[in-house]
Structure formats: C-alpha cells, structure tokens
Design a binder for this molecule. Structure first.
Ligand SMILES: NC(=O)c1ccc[n+]([C@@H]2O[C@H](COP(=O)([O-])OP(=O)(O)OC[C@H]3O[C@@H](n4cnc5c(N)ncnc54)[C@H](O)[C@@H]3O)[C@@H](O)[C@H]2O)c1
Length: 358
C-alpha cells in the first residue's frame, strides 16, 4: 500500500506541530538538500500553457528517492471561486520504482514557498531587517507573513493588494493568530507599502508582465523576495531594477529561471547566482548593507522533494492515523497480474450463473 496524505491529514500534522515550527523544519530540510546540490538529477519543469494558465510537472531525484509535483497556476481562478495554485505530488523509491507516498501539495507548497523565501532572506537580507512590505495578499500571503515574523524577526508588515478584500482577509487571519510584537499596516498603494521597508515580498498573480515594483521604489540595502513572477510572460519587477549596478540576483536553478523568472526580461548572459552556490559558501548572498538583493523565486522541484520527504516522515511517525491508498497491486506472484481480474471475473461469473439458475 502507498502512504496517502490528503488535505485533512496535512491540517492535522501541521496544526499539531505548529505552522511556524513546520516552516522552520522545512527550511532546514530544504537547506540541507541545497547543500548537496550535485547529488540531484535536475531539469527545468515541464510546462503546458493555455491562454489563462499553466499546468506544470516538476520531477527530481537524488538517486535514492524520486519525486514529482503536479501544479497549476491560473490567476483568473479566484474570480470563479477557485484557487490560483493547486498541487499534488508523489515520492517514490528509485530502487524499485514503487511510489511510497501520494500527497496533497497545495497547502504544502504554501509552506515550502514561505520556507524557501525565508531561507533565501537569511542569506541575502540585511541582518537588521525588521520591516517587510507584502504586495499580493492572496493564498500564499499568511504563510509568508508567519515565516518572516517568526523566523526572520520581522516586526512590521506593510500590506497592499489591488483587491482590498484580500488585504482585509490577511489582516483578519493575522489578527486571529495574535502574533506578539507584529504591527500590521494596511497601505493604499504598492509605493506606500514599499517606502522604508527592509524586505519587499511580491506575491501577486497576474498572467502578464506586470510591473509591481518600479525602479524608483527600490532603496539601497533592500532585499526583494520576488515570488509571483514564475512563468514566461508573467513577471513582477521592472527590468531596470534587475539591471541596477548595485543589484545581486539569486535564482534557484538557472536553466529554469532564465525561462520563468524575472530574469527572463534580461539578456542570456545577465549575471545570476544559483542559491546552491550561496549555501555552499562559494558565492555571497549579500556583499554589503547597501546592495539591493533580489531573490528571483520561481519554485524548484528540489523544494518539493524536501517537502514530500518531510511530510512523509511526519505521517509515518504518527502510525495511529496513517492512511494508505491502493494504487499499486500487491500480488503473491508478480508475474500473475491477471489474477486480480481473473479472481474477480470468476466471482462475477459464479454470481451471474447463480442468478440464471435461480
Ligand atoms: N515562486 C514560487 O515558488 C511560488 C509558489 C507558489 C505560488 N507562486 C506564485 O505566487 C503568486 C501568488 O499566489 P497565490 O496562491 O497567493 O495567488 P492568489 O490569486 O491567491 O493571490 C494573488 C493576489 O495578488 C493580487 N494582485 C494581483 N495583481 C496585483 C497588483 N498589481 N498589485 C497588488 N496585488 C495584486 C490579487 O488581487 C490576489 O489577491 C502566483 O503568481 C503564483 O503563481 C510562486
């Protein structure tokens, strides 16, 4: 039987441990995997685009475990009462090729994206960062808020969304969490939110080259956590921000980010640093307090690999309510796959024979 983690199970596992604790542990798992970057068989994700969205497959393996995530991105969905991003994934054993786990990854993606954002910020943002602007207050925004408050020491969150109802929802959710020492400020524009911030997180959804941040908004020393631009033709930053002579741009996996990230706007030889180089200490995430650092995040398969392995461990630790799903046959004779149907057919035949004779 294959382990199964649905939405309810993730809710159970995460609430038991605590959201911030889960994000912290996930960040640790992701960092440990980025440290062994050469172990992974990597490729850019496979994307199928339509005029309104994208469906992507994200495979990766370290030679022992294999994982893939199915994920969509449909910014118009929320107007129809649906999520912009949904996902599920599989963790498998490379030795047998057998799946070990089938898991929801919608909630888990939000957790892992927040974990990755914080992880990058730990290497790239100024250490005295206390104020963060959060542009885009949709599904991912609470996770980003909690992560940056708990794990990076953000004390003031400055919120902006073109949809005031989204900001009101985020405010309500943060208020209910009663996060001590966090001031939440609602702003009337992206410019107002960004002014004076140490960190700027953009997590908007729009299927176009949107310009959420313009060059004059960016102040020396800022760290930009650009999460929402993650597809060809779907970006958030004005290209001149990337082109600043004092800007340092870090990406997850260069071949994928060149196509999907903010750097798709730049020439092919535009300098970027892979995050694995920063983690390994071969490159710096920030050279000085005045540099503008940009984490051009698109989401890479390694982060989902780490997340699947992590939720699988939590799931297995709690044996009592560990669900499984029968998507792989279990046979006495593996060459006799037909026996599964033969036995059933014989029973059905016998039953119909009984009906006929009656
Ligand atoms: N980099 C990653 O790893 C990663 C992971 C998950 C999601 N994403 C991306 O993050 C984005 C947000 O995802 P979500 O699930 O929160 O989507 P969502 O639709 O729930 O929320 C997006 C919010 O952005 C707002 N918005 C749109 N245009 C705006 C603008 N010009 N200014 C301010 N706000 C604006 C919308 O009103 C909405 O509230 C998506 O683009 C998604 O593809 C990236």
């Amino acid at each position: 039987m294959v382990d199964f983690i649905g939405i309810e199970r993730v809710r159970e596992l995460v609430t038991r441990k605590g959201i911030a604790a889960c994000i912290e542990e996930l960040a640790g798992e992701i960092e440990a995997d980025y440290r062994r970057w050469p172990d992974f068989d990597k490729s850019p994700r496979h994307a199928v685009h339509s005029p309104v969205g994208v469906i992507e497959l994200m495979p990766i393996s370290d030679g022992k475990l294999y994982s893939f995530k199915y994920v969509n991105g449909h910014p118009k969905n929320t107007a129809e009462g649906l999520l912009t991003v949904t996902a599920f994934g599989v963790l498998a054993d490379v030795d047998t090729g057998y799946p070990l786990l089938l898991s929801e990854l919608t909630l888990t993606t939000a957790l892992r994206t927040a974990a990755m954002s914080v992880l990058a910020a730990r290497h790239m943002a100024r250490r005295d960062s206390r104020v963060m602007a959060l542009i885009g207050n949709g599904a991912q925004s609470e996770f980003q808020s909690i992560a940056f408050h708990h794990l990076l020491g953000i004390r003031e969150l400055r919120l902006y969304d073109v949809d005031p109802a989204a900001t009101a929802k985020l405010e309500r959710n943060l208020e209910a969490l009663n996060l001590t020492g966090l001031r939440v400020v609602r702003c009337g524009s992206a410019g107002e939110a960004v002014r004076g911030a140490d960190i700027v997180t953009t997590v908007t959804a729009d299927k176009r080259n949107a310009i959420i941040l313009t060059p004059e908004m960016i102040e020396p020393g800022m760290h930009v956590n650009a999460v929402g631009g993650d597809c060809p033709g779907k970006t958030e930053l004005h290209g001149d921000i990337l082109a600043r002579p004092d800007a340092r741009v870090v990406v997850e996996y260069e071949p994928q980010s060149r196509v999907e990230g903010e750097v798709q706007q730049m020439p092919a030889d535009f300098p970027v640093i892979e995050f694995a180089e920063v983690v390994a200490g071969r490159a710096t995430g920030r050279a000085n307090d005045r540099e503008v650092t940009i984490f051009d995040s698109v989401g890479f398969a390694l982060e989902d690999f780490s997340a699947l392995r992590y939720v699988h461990r939590l799931h297995r630790e709690d044996r009592a309510s560990r669900a499984t799903i029968d998507i792989v046959p279990e046979l006495e004779n593996p060459k006799d796959l037909f026996s599964l149907l033969a036995e059933r057919s014989a029973t059905v035949r016998a039953a119909s024979h009984l009906r006929v004779s009656a």
